[in-house]
Write a protein that binds this ligand. Sequence first.
Ligand code: UDP
Ligand code: MG
Length: 153
Amino acid sequence: MEKTLVILKPSAIERALVGEVVKRIEQKGILIVGMKMMQLDEKILREHYAHLVDRPFFPMLVASMMTTPVIVMCLQGKDVVEVFRAMTGATNGRKALPGTIRGDFSMSGQQNIVHASDSVENAEIEIKRFFRPEEIFEYNARNIRFIYADDEI
Ligand code: UDP
Ligand code: MG
């Protein structure tokens, strides 16, 4: 089944929102198949945010992502990339709709609580960037038949 990469950013750690985000993932019926805390460095952030290196806010973004350790998660579910992006909301917390993670917990265009992969292709690349293969667990939720219809699995 499809996988996506999520980062609980320093804004989530410092504001004690880890449980809130994890709760939403669990309640939705999305399976956590990898999860660990790590300290990001400039090398991995330049890779991860390569599409933003020329933007004026890039140095501030990199610095902010290194202020505390982060929690990286690999999530699994049907269409989970699209589903979790929708749960995340627009990049700027002030524009993100209420009901989304950023819409409910962020007032910032930068300190916006979570990163979420934006396509299936990028999710594959990002999962490899942050996890070793043995850190991703292949298992099925016991209640999977109550999360999906038989023809959705
Ligand atoms: N960002 C920022 N200022 C901006 C745009 C983005 O600080 O004007 C930060 C913000 O933390 C965002 C991250 O850079 O989450 C990655 O930007 P992207 O455009 O990929 O947005 P996302 O995919 O996170 O919604
Ligand atoms: Mg992005």
